[in-house]
Design a protein around this ligand. Structure first.
Ligand code: SAH
Length: 419
């Protein structure tokens, strides 16, 4: 429980901020007409003054939603092992950056860094640095306390980062608002429950009129209430994002996720490394997944914007397409399969054996069940990876297949084999 933040402050702030975002949005809608769902989501989540993540970002048991790293340290430890295993499989380069997108409270990085410290003898000759991409000033503060004890330097002059510090385990950490500010170089990327928070466009098929974009407008019947409307004609997004072969009648597209995946794929192709993406999502089959969470309950997406988390399932088929063949992709694979392949059962056994009291053992079993049970997080969360092509296929395999030793399988997507 000590890992979870107090909810009291967040609730008080939510109450005082309630009206401000709605007032800002209704002013904007009155002045310039309906906005796309993407624009609405961007304002509600990351508006620099009143956005949900900007002001609070309630990750954790006493916040609005709980994520796997907040449930169990084992989750982050196994991800830390994934990076070490890939680093070894790629020939132990002498330096790497760990780049996390949307680190929340910083718990996942903290757990990964603990593994790096435990395996210091393996990593001893490697120069590791941590780079966090975070738009929320509030969350970056929480991350700084979690990871450095709060000893950070704002706006360092010689860096593209807006903040820097040293982790409790002695590793330099830098903060940025955008992936483009992160220096180039061999990097392992991580995006856990990040892509689902990026703004989506929504489209509906109207048989007589073709595709129309869903927009957000003021309800003329009820003052200060928002409602969905359909665009009277095709919008630029309708033209750009609906595939001619689309068979669904309701589609969500997240172009910002596409742009970020393109950047990740280009960086990995050029400088090497890998990206691990974990999120709830589907492979291009689902339709209407836009939803809100407040106090762990579903929340109407259009009510009290700025006080609830807004999210949509990640379309992994779209991410795969946006990698544009610059890297290979693996997955999506279900969380329970990925964690099983990473050895979660063995790790649980060791922790159970080492824990003296019944309460801790019960807690371990409970969190294992949350992560692995198909009815809980086991089936709806997926893992997806971007890897350089040469990690999966020898570049000159076609010419002399017999002369090459086999490439080690990618852990998580296959069983972990640590030598
Ligand atoms: N990875 C964490 C937190 C997930 S919440 C966990 O699993 O617990 C989403 C995170 O993404 C928050 O840290 C939020 O502030 C950040 N975020 C949302 N939109 C962003 C954007 N456009 N750029 C950078 N960070 C963003």
């Amino acid at each position: 429980a000590a890992r979870l933040r107090s909810g009291a402050g967040g609730e008080a702030e939510a109450a005082s901020g309630d009206g401000a975002m709605l007032r800002h949005l209704t002013r904007k809608l009155r002045a310039s007409g309906p906005v796309t769902v993407a624009e609405y989501m961007r304002e509600a989540l990351t508006n620099p003054g009143q956005g949900y993540y900007t002001r609070r970002g309630g990750v954790g048991e006493s916040g609005d939603f709980i994520t796997s790293p907040e449930i169990s340290q084992v989750f982050g430890e196994l991800i830390g092992i994934w990076y070490i295993s890939e680093w070894m499989a790629m020939g132990k380069p002498s330096t790497f950056q760990l780049v996390e997108l949307g680190p929340g409270r910083g718990t996942l990085t903290e757990d990964i860094l603990r593994v790096f410290k435990q395996l210091a003898s393996v990593l001893s000759k490697c120069d590791v640095s941590v780079h966090l991409v975070e738009v929320s000033p509030k969350l970056s503060e929480i991350q700084a306390v979690m990871l450095t004890g709060g000893e950070v330097q704002p706006n360092p002059e010689d860096e593209s980062a807006y903040m820097k510090g040293i982790s409790k385990t002695g590793i330099p950490i830098f903060w940025y608002r955008d992936i483009q500010d992160v220096p180039s170089g061999y990097s392992f990327y991580l995006a856990h429950e990040f892509f689902d928070a990026l703004p989506i466009h929504k489209f509906q098929q109207r048989t007589e009129k073709g595709w129309r974009e869903v927009l957000v407008d003021i309800d003329p019947q009820v003052p200060d209430q928002l409602r969905f409307v359909l665009s009277p004609s095709r919008t630029p997004a309708t033209q750009n994002f609906i595939q001619p072969e689309e068979t669904r009648d309701h589609v969500e597209v997240c172009p910002e996720a596409g742009v970020i995946v393109q950047r990740l794929a280009s960086r990995i192709e050029k400088d090497g490394g890998a990206a691990l993406v974990a999120d709830y999502g589907h492979d291009g089959t689902k339709t209407d997944t836009f939803r809100g969470f407040r106090n762990h309950k579903l929340h109407d997406v259009l009510s009290a914007p700025g006080t609830a988390d807004l999210t949509a399932d990640v379309d992994f088929s779209y991410l795969r397409k946006m990698a544009q063949g610059k890297t290979a992709t693996l997955g999506p694979i279900k969380q329970r399969e990925f964690l099983k392949n990473m050895g979660i059962d063995l790790r649980l056994q060791v922790l159970l054996q080492n824990s003296g009291d019944t309460a801790t053992r019960e807690q371990l079993l409970h969190s294992y069940d949350m992560l692995m049970n198909p009815e809980k997080m086991g089936d709806c969360f997926n893992f997806f990876a971007l890897l350089p092509h040469h990690r999966l296929v020898h570049p000159d395999k076609k010419d002399k297949p017999e002369s090459k030793s086999p490439l080690p399988p990618v852990a998580g997507f296959n069983e972990l084999l640590l030598k």
